[in-house]
Design a binder for this molecule. Sequence first.
Ligand code: PLP
Length: 392
Amino acid sequence: MKSELLFSSLYVAYNKSNGHKITDYMHIPQMEAWFGEEEAKAVSDYLKGNLKGRPWNAEFEKAVRDVTGASFAVTTLNGTISLTQALLALELKPGDEVLVPDSTMIATPNSCLIIGLKPVLVDIEKETLCLDLTRAEEALTPRTKAMMYVPLNGRSGNMDEVVAFCKKHTLFLIEDAAQALGSYYKGTHFFKKHLGTFGDIGSFSFSLFKIISTTQGAVLVTSSEKWNEKIKLLKDFGRTGKGPDIHDHFGFNFKMSGVLALLGVEQFKKLPWRMKRKKEMFARFKDGLADTPQVEFIKTDLSVTTPWFMDIFVDEPAKLATHLKKEGVDTRFFYPPVHTQEVYKKDYVGKSFPVSERYATRGLWLPSSSQLTNEEIDHIIGAIKKFYKVKS
Ligand SMILES: Cc1ncc(COP(=O)(O)O)c(C=O)c1O
């Protein structure tokens, strides 16, 4: 967007005009939310009552449908409750088992626990860091009813195989695409399809640090009219339009506030620029660190993937993180394997998940917000090279 580009160049100009060395004053956060004048005006108009009657949620849902190609989209509370809502819509029952990758944000398995389902953790593939179907096969039991596939950081495995696996084993497929807005999978038949649209239901989170944000919020997508209807009933107290206090079904209040939906409408206009920028950023980090063999990148096809976080894998990430902190650079560690987290570990004593364990001990997220300037990226690259004593 024009305003975002203007912001970037002003920021660089400010840094330069200050005549400081970049490290003298710079603090580079790992992530930042980014709202502009357009969002401020939309919220102000909303609060002044100037936007009465505008179908805010429907506009946001249309924006999601347009980008993802999904037939239906429903705004909802956040990317955790949305997953629970999907499981409820598919009528999973307490005790049913759901395959979940061992490497994901804790919300994925937690969304199952909330309603008494059993998340069954599965190791990941080293090429994509997504759920490994071979390991999934070993985890199947007669109670397995669904798979939650997480295209982590916008990357996915072979979605044709994921869909075929679920079909073969009569499993519902829910895609937790919280980190995959702007990312696609291109199968063998040369067309690309947005991640989150391969299964029964897909979920996108719009929390504060996502590529675009509604501060908190999520959207569920589906191509099934039946699931769409159920998702809508669940979100609005089971109302079917017969009157505000007539409830033909059981339901909750999972509604997204109109003011947040409006934020989403404005933010979506900025998505194409931000997708482009995230890809440029990832490419700049990768090129800049090409001569630093200590830093591993996951193979990433930028023609289909919009990396949400700039992820690198190194020995002893804590030491690198401490060094970067001194250089004014914040980082964040990769997710610990879910099976090592307090709530889950009692069920996995003595079990090993070699790939998720290996990547958890090596992963580091570098600054990743789309405001990051090229100068800041080069500063981070320089700081990493300094740590490994590689000449710039
Ligand atoms: C993979 C994944 N699933 C679910 C969530 C939860 O989304 P929310 O924070 O909107 O509840 C996140 C949040 O980052 C996530 O990364």
